[in-house]
Design a protein around this ligand. Structure first.
Ligand SMILES: C[S@@+](CC[C@H](N)C(=O)[O-])C[C@H]1O[C@@H](n2cnc3c(N)ncnc32)[C@H](O)[C@@H]1O
Length: 410
């Protein structure tokens, strides 16, 4: 008999009885998706893997601890036959055939009346991949196709524009510390779908090169030294483009709400009635030390870490930071935007009791090709930054955690 291709369909199983026979690795792999589909699951099996047991304990499935018996499929809409007993599997699929219940069989795809596709999800879409006939079944190949499609949708390399659900507005996207691989999958997808991207000089600038030529890229660089575009002008640009019905991405370094003025933009957009969504990003305050081999906390060494802006010196009357209190903390201090003020900061911390020998590391352009780490102590850091010509953007880490990583070679 000529083999016809399988007919793909999405079963809506909410509240409908699904019978699962056997509770080994196959059932363990398939059960979460059946639970997620809201199925009323009856599991029949004398034993179960610990993780299937946990699903029964949590009340996600009903487990009858016994072998398959004729009649188990009586009220089923769908069955998964996966016991280790071939005779039970055959008997159960005979019952399924008689009752006109579609069933998958883990031991014999030829005898099954349904096949489970390799599935994956990305932002409201389920990708399901099936081979066309039982003889050509190659589960690794279908899984690899599924992986490629899902990964492409997630990272934006496979661009499928939304025609019905896409709403114009602004996405405030945290781009991570600089390495283009360190943006979130959601951020990358929104970037790939954008009409307009408004960027800073920080963050994953390499990603801009991947944008299609019809995407308008606007540089809102707020350079620490030199020219800068006023925040108001950025807000206006976001609002104007969004009001023209375009999808706008505001791409920021790190996380939008860590010294990113993200909330000012959210407020301006709200006042203008422009819809806005925020996509968190990996902040340089944690990831840049990590990329240089420094954990911001370490058991037995630092039980807290404090992120501080160094852009205003401690003796400046505009400073909101309680430096004497910071000097008393035993944990890690992470200073952003502190290259220009590190001398005064170190002096102040020492004056309020921090040991001059406290280890300090300065990590410049972390996670990028230009990353470098310079080590010092609180007493020497200002001089080291000057002689080594350390520049922004840099993260300064002060505390014993600086020395806990494996010794470096250079
Ligand atoms: C205006 S703040 C923005 C912080 C950002 N929102 C975040 O969460 O990482 C800019 C400062 O972040 C730090 N920074 C950001 N990216 C960095 C990187 N790749 N390497 C070193 N420091 C970085 C520097 O201290 C820089 O002066």
């Amino acid at each position: 008999m000529a083999e016809h291709p399988a007919y793909p369909v999405g079963l809506r199983l909410t509240g409908r009885r699904v019978v699962v026979l056997g509770a080994g690795q196959v059932a363990q792999r398939r059960l979460p998706a059946l639970i997620a589909a809201g199925a009323d699951i009856l599991l029949v099996s004398p034993e179960a893997t610990p993780s299937v047991e946990a699903m029964a304990d949590a009340g996600e499935i009903t487990w009858e601890k016994r072998p398959y018996a004729e009649g188990d499929l009586a009220n089923a809409w769908y069955a998964l036959i996966a016991t280790s007993d071939p005779e039970a599997n055959t008997a159960a699929s005979t019952e399924a055939e008689r009752n006109q219940v579609f069933c998958v069989r883990s031991d014999d795809a030829d005898q099954a009346t349904a096949w489970t596709p390799a599935t994956g999800h990305s932002e409201g879409v389920t990708v399901a991949v099936l081979t066309t006939d039982a003889r050509g079944r190659d589960p690794r190949h279908t899984a690899a196709i599924r992986d490629a499609v899902v990964a492409g949708l997630r990272d934006g390399t496979l661009v499928a524009p939304h025609h019905r659900t896409r709403t114009p507005g602004v996405a405030l996207v945290g781009g991570g510390p600089g390495d283009p691989d360190l943006i979130t999958v959601r951020g990358r997808r929104l970037l790939a779908e954008a009409d307009v991207v408004i960027t800073d000089h920080l963050g994953p600038r390499d990603l801009l090169a991947e944008l299609s030529p019809n995407v308008e890229v606007i540089d809102a660089a707020k350079l620490p030294y030199g020219r800068f575009m006023a925040q108001e002008a950025i807000n206006n640009a976001l609002i104007e483009h969004a009001k023209q019905g375009k999808s706008v991405v505001r791409l920021k370094g790190g996380d939008p709400f860590v010294y990113g003025r993200g909330m000012e933009e959210v407020q301006a957009l709200a006042e203008a009635g422009v819809p806005c969504t925020v996509v968190p990003g990996i902040s340089s305050s944690i990831s840049v030390p990590g990329a240089a081999g420094i954990p911001v906390t370490h058991r037995g060494v630092a039980h807290e870490f404090t992120v501080v802006s160094g852009h205003i010196a401690p003796d400046d009357e505009r400073s909101l930071v309680d430096w004497p209190a910071l000097a008393r903390l035993t944990g890690t201090l992470v200073i952003l935007m502190g290259v220009g003020t590190i001398g005064k900061v170190a002096e102040t911390l020492i004056a309020h009791g921090k040991s001059p020998d406290t280890p300090v590391a300065v990590v410049q352009e972390g996670t990028t090709a230009g990353q470098r780490r310079v080590d010092a102590t609180l007493a020497t850091v200002a001089e080291t930054v000057r002689t080594q010509e350390v520049k922004a953007p840099s993260v300064i880490v002060i505390g014993e955690v600086v020395d806990v990583g494996p010794k470096r070679h250079a």
